[in-house]
Write a protein that binds this ligand. Structure first.
Ligand code: GUN
Length: 282
């Protein structure tokens, strides 16, 4: 019998705490602000940005949207980021990825002041994550750790396997599980005998981006399975990386898609923005 990890429920719980603290700051005269930059017309990015703005509204964070046209140059984007870096109303700056191909993403990320980098993508912040003395944690892995904590699932001494090695999810996820005393293996497209490795996992995190990639034969009995995937199946339905119907019966805990990791990602962005605001107060 498996337990469903309800990302919406955990998210609501954490957002209540954030709202209380944002309100408290406001009582002390400190408004909390997030600048959201979107370049071009990517429909998925538009949905994500709208959800981030809604999240801000829900907890009392003021959001400032900068929607720039597709043909924006790197220089124009850097100039906006520079302005926002020195704007005291703005505690956090989020530049929605992907950027149009003529803009170098690393150049944009590196231009954001590390104390306003609420995505935790800047090399200074990724370095802090590696050492374990971070201010900001990358939103998706942090959301997963928060869900594990809520359900009292400890990584201490456990075999943790992460599939995917992206800078946004796979690599920082491995660092956070390691920080929680897990024994961590990171798998990727060149990993040999993948299912042999994944079958060792007490906690299995999949961040691949392919529907039905994780099948029942890859999962150990009683495993905790966390699905970061956001894919469309053949009939256009939103689904994760995990073959949920067949995998769930083997799990002690599993996240659904939608309603698992997704809601937590935005919640952690709000939490990072709150942290930035508190830091700017001092
Ligand atoms: N695009 C996909 N995920 C993210 C994210 O977490 N942050 C930003 N800025 N862009 C993204």
């Amino acid at each position: 019998m498996y337990n469903l990890i309800d990302g919406k429920k955990v998210s609501e719980h954490v957002r209540e705490e954030i709202k209380e603290q944002v309100t408290e700051l406001l009582k002390n005269g400190k408004e909390t602000g997030l600048a959201v930059i979107i370049v071009g017309n990517d429909p998925a990015s538009r949905v994500y940005v709208n959800n981030k703005k809604k999240g801000c509204e829900q907890v009392g964070i003021k959001s400032y949207e900068y929607a720039l046209p597709e043909e924006t140059t790197t220089e124009q984007l850097l100039s906006l980021i520079e302005t926002l870096n020195s704007d005291s109303k703005v505690d956090g700056i989020l530049c929605q990825l992907p950027l149009p191909s003529h803009i170098d993403e690393n150049t944009a990320i590196n231009a954001i002041s590390p104390d306003k980098d609420v995505d935790a993508f800047h090399p200074i912040n990724t370095g802090h994550i590696m050492i374990g003395d971070h201010s900001f944690l990358p939103c998706t892995p942090a959301g997963i750790m928060e869900m594990l904590k809520y359900y009292d699932i400890s990584a201490d001494g456990k075999e943790c396997v992460v599939i995917g090695r992206s800078n946004i999810v796979g690599k920082p996820m491995a660092m956070l599980l390691l920080g929680a005393n897990g024994t961590v293996t990171v798998c990727h497209s060149r990993t040999k005998n993948l299912s042999e490795v994944t079958r060792r996992a007490d906690i299995l995190v999949s961040a691949v981006g392919r529907a039905n990639f994780v099948t029942a034969d890859m999962v150990k009995d009683g495993a905790v399975v966390i699905d970061v995937g956001m894919n469309r199946n053949g009939s256009g339905k939103l689904c994760g990386d995990v073959d949920f119907e067949n995998v769930k019966e083997k799990c002690s805990y599993i996240t659904p898609v939608p309603g698992g990791v997704g809601p937590m990602t935005i919640t952690m962005l709000l939490k990072n923005t709150l942290t930035a605001s508190k830091n700017h107060l001092n």
